[in-house]
Design a protein around this ligand. Structure first.
Ligand SMILES: [Cu+2]
Length: 153
């Protein structure tokens, strides 16, 4: 009878961890990817957003909605990092479900949970550093199945 030696290698996990730690410790100077967008006087590309629901039906079954937003023409930055001073070509996103509070964030993917049964609208607005809308906005409609307590019709 032959004995098979099975060698478990927990060190691989350690190596991965070490690698990630090393990466994290490497200082990343936040250099801008496109230096061409610096020219003054030149017409900036039109700011636009393209918001989409991810798996809307499946998410709605779970009383949830996931939104992904593609932003063009504007660099998404944390407004706090520039003292909330408006600047051309900079912005962030505002999300709002129905009449809820406005969520101001740099994330381009956001999931909402525990939506009540019925119709909801998710508003996505491109905002400047001072939180004023820059123009582009979109409304996504979600309907969560189940009995609706309202008698609006
Ligand atoms: Cu804002």
């Amino acid at each position: 009878m032959r004995t098979i030696f099975r060698v478990l290698v927990p060190t691989s996990a350690l190596i991965v961890f070490a690698a990630t730690t090393a990466l994290a410790q490497t200082a990343h100077p936040q250099s801008h990817a496109k230096p061409s967008a610096k020219s003054t006087g030149a017409k900036a590309p039109a700011a636009a957003i393209d918001a989409k629901l991810v798996d809307p039906e499946m998410k709605a079954q779970k009383k949830a909605a996931t939104v992904t937003v593609k932003v063009t023409g504007v660099a998404i930055i944390d407004p706090a990092s520039v003292g909330e001073k408006p600047k051309n070509g900079q912005g962030h996103l505002h999300y709002r479900v129905d009449d809820g509070p406005v969520i101001a964030t740099t994330v381009t993917k956001l999931t909402f949970h525990e939506l009540k049964p019925g119709a909801h609208k998710i508003e996505v607005v491109l905002a400047g550093n001072d939180h004023n809308p820059l123009g582009p906005q979109q409304i996504l409609n979600v309907t969560v199945p189940g009995s609706t307590p309202t008698n609006s019709h």
